[in-house]
Write a new protein. Structure first.
Length: 402
């Protein structure tokens, strides 16, 4: 067996380096004396390599997996394009919820829908609604993938929750694990903040390449972004929104929403390990994780669409309104917005609030809608069958059962 000479072998993917950085905690003189010395002195921070022109070399089996997953996405995209009803908004909400759940931000589909109506007070639901807006921003701006687009995504995500940092590169050290008081002993210390703008520009150059399979490119972009960690908070959700933007930008998912996060949820430890070894120059695990996630995510999405379609068909047999009445348009709206109030119905259907209330009353009488709570003012109604279908989707995502 012969081997290629070193000069003939493809270069390995560049690993992150490290540099020594001085640290002096702002609260070094406070707290117990014991352990104080462990929070002072120099620490090691990551140094991001340039990947703009780095060769992407994957094993034969991973190349085959990426090709198969890409074909599955293209097939689903074709189904979405041919369908008479668009479920993109429904899938966008489920993906935003799954991405948030990876960050331990959990909320029920009903709570999220109520938050979308402006019923505040449910912190997790409010943050997930912000993530819906972030993913919408990412997809709407997919034609241009650069630092400005990333800042716009983060601004949308964090505007209400961290307004001082929303849409701005961080200006402080960030790290994962260890103590909240200093980076000493952390599992990973991100690059110093002064390196962030150049690292993002390099990442944008990598995203602009057309010589890498789109799905693999999106996975590597995501891993590099998470390793740069350009924000004090919201990196994970912004990074997964960026992944979707790249699938759209590369033409792999022209219309469909591929809920990759739902596919990653079943084994988040493996996902985080893949991000960790990426920094050592091992690109296979994160590409495999993202490609593997496509199959359960799309299978579960198809089941969700089938469940909601069946519910809609059943309503068609129960609704007693005349054809062309607003009640029918409201039934269609409920397939993607299963919790409504009169204001939303009037706005979405382009009718008066009086006619919106008549449409709601019709669907209540026909057993499609039920009122949430017993209040007589500021009322809200739900389509329980759609919410149940979304709950089942969430359960399948947690267990990767399809």
């Amino acid at each position: 067996m012969t081997t290629d000479p070193p000069s003939a072998r493809p270069a390995a993917w560049p690993a992150f380096g490290s540099e020594t950085v001085e640290w002096q905690s702002a609260d070094a003189g406070y707290g117990p004396r014991t352990g104080r010395s462990g929070r002072t002195g120099p620490y090691e921070a990551a140094v991001p390599p340039s990947i703009a022109e780095a060769p992407v070399v994957l094993s034969t089996s991973t190349v085959a997996l990426v090709a198969e997953a890409s074909a599955e996405i293209a097939r689903f995209d074709g189904e979405t394009h041919a369908a008479t009803t668009s479920y993109a908004a429904l899938l966008l909400r489920t993906e935003a919820a799954s991405s948030s759940q990876i960050e331990n931000l959990t909320s029920s589909p009903k709570a999220i829908a109520l938050a979308e109506l402006g019923r505040k007070g449910r912190a997790n639901a409010d943050e997930i609604v912000a993530n819906v807006a972030t993913m919408t921003e990412a997809l709407d701006g997919a034609e241009r993938l650069d630092g400005a687009a990333i800042l716009a995504m983060h601004r949308t995500l964090m505007a209400d929750h961290m307004p001082s940092a929303a849409g701005r590169w961080r200006e402080e050290a960030v790290w994962i694990g260890g103590s909240a008081r200093s980076p000493h002993g952390a599992a990973y210390v991100a690059p110093v903040h002064t390196r962030v703008p150049d690292a993002i520009d390099d990442l944008a150059a990598f995203m602009a390449r057309d010589d890498v399979p789109v799905l693999a490119q999106a996975a590597l972009t995501h891993a590099q972004f998470e390793s740069i960690h350009p924000f004090p908070d919201g990196n994970g959700r912004t990074g997964r929104a960026l992944l979707h933007a790249q699938l759209r930008h590369g033409g792999l998912a022209r219309e469909a929403i591929v809920p990759v996060s739902a596919g990653l949820l079943a084994d988040t430890d493996r996902y985080f390990r893949a991000l960790t070894v990426y920094r050592d120059g091992d690109v296979e695990p994160i590409v495999v994780e993202v490609a593997d996630a496509v199959f359960p995510a799309l299978a579960s999405s198809r089941r969700l669409i089938a469940d909601v379609s069946d519910a809609r068909a059943g309503w068609g047999e129960r609704i007693r309104a005349r054809r062309g009445a607003a009640a029918w348009a409201l039934a269609d709206l409920l397939t993607t917005r299963p919790v409504v109030d009169v204001r939303l119905v009037a706005e979405r259907l382009g009718i008066t609030t009086v006619n919106a209330q008549l449409a709601v009353d019709r669907l209540v009488e026909d057993g499609v809608l039920t009122q949430v709570g017993n209040g007589a003012r500021d009322r809200v109604w739900q389509a329980a069958e759609v919410l149940d279908a979304m709950d089942r989707f969430a359960a399948r995502s947690r267990h990767r059962v399809v």
